[in-house]
Write a protein that binds this ligand. Structure first.
Ligand SMILES: Cc1cc2nc3c(=O)[nH]c(=O)nc-3n(C[C@H](O)[C@H](O)[C@H](O)COP(=O)(O)OP(=O)(O)OC[C@H]3O[C@@H](n4cnc5c(N)ncnc54)[C@H](O)[C@@H]3O)c2cc1C
Length: 306
């Protein structure tokens, strides 16, 4: 960004701005170069001003949730990284149709906080997501899912900010979810997510949450930095099993390693670079293609400059 643009940005924007900060400190994989600018909008109005400024100046941006599904390349991200934080928190519950309750969460909330809130109010429907790290906004954009559930099963509506600065409410019928994906207009930012939940039995909800957390602890390498499952499961197969059967468990490039515990996780053994991770991803794709004739497609998103 040019100096005059930085000066203008400082004038119109009320939230914090950080310059040249390593993004590895903002993502669960702990890899990635610097962001030219990280902007923390104070509230929705501040975000709208920022978006309009970036549009006018033709500056690109990336919205960052909790960074748990990202590989940030080593040269970092040009333009502005927008982090929805303290100005984008809050959960409200309202009685919906028939037996349903609509729980509305701002996008910056942690998904775990939404699950805890639903539990406190004895509402069922979100237990599948227990242990999925990240923000509520990230979960809906990724259509995060586990143990037979996905966000698309419970999302009732979204509020999104589109690139002309207008805010729209989108009902579930108009949302196009697919496997780990939600189609949104280009550069749209999710502001609020409303999920429809039902009254449940508190003991049963607690039991299901506990069981799902225990399964994760047993099967996933949670003690090392990662971005969760690297590849989507191809129809009829488990990516982890294909990788394991291709003899790659434990295989390492630099300090990026195919987890010994779960072959669909790549873990950062300490000082991995995005380059190590991306080389390992390419190597896995090649080997599984040779051994199994199946193309693995990444679930994690890669952003930034090479
Ligand atoms: C240990 C571990 C286990 C995991 N297990 C699972 C699992 O079981 N199931 C699963 O589905 N995922 C899993 N994940 C992946 C990840 O946690 C989810 O995809 C999560 O929902 C991402 O949320 P986030 O806030 O971290 O998003 P980020 O990684 O920050 O962003 C993901 C994408 O969403 C976009 N985005 C984020 N917020 C917004 C917003 N408000 N508006 C517009 N775009 C936005 C970003 O630009 C990016 O393209 C796991 C990850 C880890 C590290």
């Amino acid at each position: 960004m040019k100096d005059y643009q930085k000066t203008r940005l400082r004038k119109i924007f009320r939230g914090n701005l950080l310059f040249n900060i390593l993004l590895k400190d903002f993502v669960s994989f702990r890899v990635g170069g610097p962001a030219e600018i990280i902007a923390f909008p104070q509230d929705q109005e501040d975000l709208i001003r920022l978006i309009l400024f970036l549009r006018e100046e033709k500056i690109s941006f990336l919205v960052l949730g909790e960074g748990t599904n990202l590989v940030v390349r080593d040269k970092g991200v040009k333009g502005v990284v927008i982090k929805l934080s303290s100005g984008f928190l809050g959960i409200e519950i309202a009685k919906g149709k028939e037996e349903e309750f609509y729980v509305s969460s701002k996008a910056g909330e942690r998904l775990w906080h939404l699950i805890e809130t639903a539990f406190q109010y004895c509402l069922t429907g979100l237990e599948f997501a227990s242990g999925i790290p990240g923000s509520v906004g990230g979960a809906v954009v990724m259509n995060a899912g586990a143990y037979g559930g996905e966000m698309k099963d419970i999302v009732h509506s979204l509020t999104i900010l589109v690139s002309d600065g207008s805010v729209r409410q989108v009902e579930k019928e108009a949302l196009r979810f697919s496997y780990r994906r939600l189609e949104l207009p280009a550069d749209a930012i999710v502001l609020t997510v409303e999920v429809a939940l039902r009254p449940g039995n508190k003991e049963k909800i607690a039991h299901d949450i506990k069981t799902n957390l225990a399964k994760r602890k047993k099967n996933q390498p949670l003690e090392l930095p990662s971005a969760g499952s690297v590849f989507k499961n191809p129809p009829g197969f488990y990516a982890g099993q294909l990788i394991e059967e291709s003899g790659l468990k434990g295989y390492q490039v630099g300090e990026a390693q195919i987890s010994e515990r779960h072959a669909n996780f790549i873990v950062n053994c300490g000082k991995a670079t995005a380059h190590d991770v991306l080389d390992l991803i390419a190597l896995v794709q090649e080997k599984v293609w040779q051994e199994k004739g199946i193309k693995l497609e990444p679930e994690i998103r890669v952003v930034g400059e090479g």
